[in-house]
Design a binder for this molecule. Sequence first.
Ligand SMILES: Nc1nc2c(ncn2[C@@H]2O[C@H](COP(=O)(O)OP(=O)(O)OP(=O)(O)O)[C@@H](O)[C@H]2O)c(=O)[nH]1
Ligand SMILES: [Mg+2]
Length: 507
Amino acid sequence: MGRSFDENVDPLAQITAPPVNETPDQRRTRECKEAEARKISEQIDEALKAEREEGKAKRKNRLKILLLGQSESGKSTTVKNFQLKYAPRAWKQERLVWTTVVQLNLIKNVNSILDVLNHEMAIQTTTKVDSISNIVPAIDEQFSEKHKILKLRLAPLRGVQTDLERKLGNGRAQSASAVSGTITPTESPPIDDDLQIRRLPKEFYIRSNNSWKDRFKSGLRNTGRPRSGGSVHNVLGTWGGDEKDVSLAEWGKINAELEGITGIIAGCREDIKTLWEDELVQRTLTKRKYRVDESSGFFLNDVDRIATKNYKPSDDDIVRARLRTLGVQEHKFVFEQGKHTGTEWHIYDVGGSRSSRASWASFFDDMDAIIFLAPLSVFDEKLLEDNRVNRLQDSYELWKQVTSNKVLAGTQIILFLNKYDLLAKKLKRGVKVRDFISSYGERESTPEAAVKYFEAHFKEVHRKHSHPDRAFFVHLTSVVDTKATTVTLSVVEDSILRRHLVNAQLL
Ligand SMILES: Nc1nc2c(ncn2[C@@H]2O[C@H](COP(=O)(O)OP(=O)(O)OP(=O)(O)O)[C@@H](O)[C@H]2O)c(=O)[nH]1
Ligand SMILES: [Mg+2]
């Protein structure tokens, strides 16, 4: 039998109703308790409201930006531009830390040329050309005693490279190299391609959780904190915040450690110049299609400045220095100047090689904007991770994956078509786009025509795969040009902030 109840009686009122036989004393006690409970409840409501407001205000002042793109697309260089523009004080404090990286880049330039030279000399000293492997010297002229002596005198730089890499941290050299001195692997392959590929210089990288800067800058805070599904490491401490100056004593210690190395490099200055300016060496590099001057971290034209005992990196040196990113690095800084002073920016810089891409997705859910870098000059290059894949095609594919990603549907995405300067240089020396991108057809291989064509492709991928409400933002960049990049970043800043404020109102 079902329980009967009176539909006109509120069950909650029945439960909370005072007891039927309540005495006046009991009533007073009960009412006091109820008043106390109401007060506590109101206080909790107030605290929650204040917390919500505080969170809202914090989010209004905090922006999160994720940089994506294949390896060597210019992500870390873009971060440097942000730092240079928005946190100049902190940038200045870190200047000397970059000395070692620039020295390492320069030495790798030299060692990779010596590798080519060794290889050519070995072929030349073989009396007969090996008809099986079909390896022939790049040039007919013989290397002289001068070249042999140069090789011997520059030999200590091998050890210096190892020492510098050790000084920078536990990073390791990785064979799928994209670093300075890499043979441009895209033009018609060198005759002894296989041999040279095995001789490619290895690229040094540093794990983000082993901040090389911290080794030099013990005064800075390391606020690395784990995240679900991925790990982030703050390598720079708080930019533009209240970080300590690195004391002269600290720099003294660092410099003492590096003094020996710097001395060796300075001692090799004239020999490095002689090697780089030697006509036979230049001809060999050209014949082997070894574009060291177009590769990352190229510093051989600056030997006079860099190979000295008192070398201090310029802004331009720091921007051009190459250090591959592995993992994800969080760069947090507060705008020191400009109309958005005080805004806190968190910029996440990821490693772009294929092995690093799996971790990207764990950062997608919480970003205000993504800056996607696609280098244009790579239309004739192959991925170092997989030499069957054209680097531009790889960028198209990545762009498609990012624009079609459901988690990112509400996130603003800004495309940087980067390395325009290198594209123009490459086309000027006669490389034809249609030789590498068959769909390019009979269009002229001028920078303007190529940019128009590549941009149209990215736009089309966006139109097909992106969320329909998302606008297509694109900038043509050469992020090593800090002056021009400053202007681009101002536009980007406005656009991200405008969107961010709209979202913040909706919170
Ligand atoms: N000439 C020229 N060089 C550039 C440009 N952008 C980046 N570079 C250089 O290319 C190299 C690679 O740039 P990075 O910023 O380290 O590339 P990344 O995307 O961070 O690469 P990973 O850390 O491997 O993912 C550096 O030596 C830069 O100086 C550009 O627009 N023009
Ligand atoms: Mg990087």
